[in-house]
Write a protein that binds this ligand. Structure first.
Ligand code: PLP
Length: 397
């Protein structure tokens, strides 16, 4: 259901909104007071009662966070593991796949996150396997038909970064899922930029694994991430390591858990998970459809205003676009632009090749400026950003 957001109130409940004009929600968004309180109050309980004792009393809240994470993406709580980062979550799932062998193939989207690519490259090099890039459609999105034509019995994995880190493209994750499902090939989705920004339904997408960090559009604290593993799929995975939680020792030896917590450890940052839980509750109560609609409107406006500034080029691919807006300004490097805007307390990011190496290289880009929009942003903030970019663009011309 689309509801109206009380932006003033949401901003008033977010201390960072009063400090800067934040356009780096895809790097890390601004946590709300509720998230901050969930984290700090638990840390206080740890100091007063002892961390183990405080954790025992927080079990119900961690379970709630797990249920909310599952609810956010249409999964079951038993299919959710918490991890420390999106990359750690992705790596845990990848390392648990059956070993790849010489001649095996891994097919990836052109926008694959650099860290995932490094992990796959290292494994492929060890095994003598190949990583191949799936061709793209005219709008830059991964081409599902081209993927279907590449499938053979040597393909071990299809990996897609749903929303890339370097711009507004939204891949058609469900179209890719149709192909992988028909072929019975594991399908991993990096949803770092989707969680809390786009409605997600893992069953409709048809993925086996999906992960995302809590600190981005969900506005959780740093250091907590969500890993989804489809139930029947996770039972086939062998974690690279186990501990006393993921595999309790019984009289007859170790018992590996059958739920996604086979990827968790007994030691975990309870305070951060409670913060993530508060962020999940907020996103769900606002409604991700509502969030999506506001981000679509604001980012569309930002793109139009930036494109109208002499010397500015907007680089976003895709037909339907996300809240990540990528651009360059003639005569000034993105990193220098970021620095100049930071002096005015306007926060954007500047990304080079390492985050999205295949896509940046294919498009001949070396660096882009990235302004990413949250529902918290306002049209006044967009005017402030664009006015400042226009001044810098004039000076750089
Ligand atoms: C698409 C994508 N994948 C992965 C990551 C890395 O996530 P983390 O820093 O939580 O490992 C990012 C971070 O920006 C991202 O945009």
């Amino acid at each position: 259901m689309i509801q109206t957001l009380d932006i003033e109130q949401l901003r008033a409940q977010t201390p960072g909104c009063a400090i800067s004009t934040h356009f780096n929600h895809s790097g890390s968004s601004l946590p709300s007071n509720a998230v901050l309180a969930a984290v700090t109050e638990h840390l206080q309980r740890e100091s007063l009662y002892g961390p183990m004792e405080a954790a025992a009393n927080a079990t119900g809240l961690v379970d709630e966070a797990r249920a909310d994470a599952a609810g956010l993406i249409g999964a079951m709580p038993a299919e959710i593991a918490f991890s420390s980062s999106g990359s750690a979550a992705w790596g845990l799932a990848f390392a648990a796949l059956p070993p790849i062998a010489a001649g095996d193939r891994i097919l990836v989207g052109r926008q694959e996150w650099g860290g995932n690519l490094s992990t796959m490259q290292a494994a492929a090099k060890r095994a003598g396997a190949r990583i191949e890039t799936i061709p793209v459609n005219e709008d830059g999105s991964v081409n599902a038909n081209a993927l279907a034509a590449m499938i053979d019995d040597r393909v071990r994995l299809v990996a897609l970064t749903w929303l890339p880190a370097n711009g507004g493209l939204i891949n058609d994750a469900a179209a890719i899922g149709k192909v992988t499902r028909a072929a019975g090939i594991p399908y991993f989705i990096d949803a770092a930029q989707a969680l809390g920004q786009l409605p997600v339904d893992v069953a409709a997408i048809g993925c086996d694994m999906l992960k995302g960090s809590g600190r981005k559009f969900l506005r959780g604290p740093r250091g907590a991430a969500i890993l989804y593993l489809r139930k029947a799929f996770l039972e086939t995975l062998e974690p690279a390591y186990l501990d006393v939680l993921s595999s309790a020792w019984g009289e007859d030896g170790p018992h590996v858990r059958t739920d996604a917590q086979r990827f968790e450890t007994s030691e975990k940052p309870i305070a951060l998970l409670l913060g993530l839980g508060a962020a999940l509750k907020q996103a769900r109560s606002l409604g991700v459809d509502t969030i999506r609609q506001r981000i679509r409107e604001l980012s569309g406006q930002l793109r139009d205003q930036l494109a109208a500034i002499p010397g500015v080029a907007v680089h976003d691919l895709g037909t339907e676009k996300s809240g990540l807006v990528s651009f360059t300004v003639a005569g000034i490097a993105p990193q220098a632009l970021r620095g100049k805007l930071a002096q005015k307390r306007i926060t954007i990011a500047a990304n080079g090749i390492p985050y999205t190496p295949l896509d940046m290289t294919a498009r001949g880009l070396s660096e882009i400026a990235r302004a990413s929009v949250s529902y918290l942003n306002t049209t006044d903030e967009i005017d402030h950003l664009c006015g400042s970019v226009a001044v810098i663009a004039r000076q750089a011309a």
